[in-house]
Design a binder for this molecule. Structure first.
Ligand code: ZN
Length: 119
């Protein structure tokens, strides 16, 4: 793993609004003294929004992490389509990941390394 990158677990999706391919972050593989642990997006979204730059995210087809509104959750930090900005909800992304894992794929198959921006 490159220094100064973060390992995002991101699911490729076709955007329901614009039809373009985008990725939504389901979580991160966070380094610990005993290897990496998976942390869910909603638990780390505030930290991710601070350290990941929209331009860097766009190079791996991930939209900016920012506050968007949804009917169920109101305003909250969320994933969005890299092309049109449509909200990508955490729960549907989580379900997509579970579906892929149930087909025998692993978290590692969805890891995308993204550079950490300078604060
Ligand atoms: Zn879109």
């Amino acid at each position: 793993m490159e220094p100064n990158t973060i390992q995002l677990v991101a699911i490729p999706e076709r955007c329901y609004r614009c039809g373009q391919l985008t990725r939504g972050i389901v979580g991160v593989l966070a380094p610990t003294s005993r290897g990496h642990v998976f942390r869910e997006f909603d638990d780390v979204s505030a930290a991710l929004a601070q350290v990941l730059q929209p331009d860097d995210l766009a190079t791996v087809r991930i939209g900016p992490i920012k506050v968007r509104r949804s009917r169920h959750r109101g305003a909250h930090l969320s994933n969005g389509c890299v092309v049109c900005g449509a909200i990508l909800g955490s729960f549907p992304l989580w379900e997509s990941l579970q579906e892929e894992l149930s087909r025998g794929r692993s978290l590692r198959d969805f890891v995308v390394a993204c550079p950490l921006g300078t604060l």
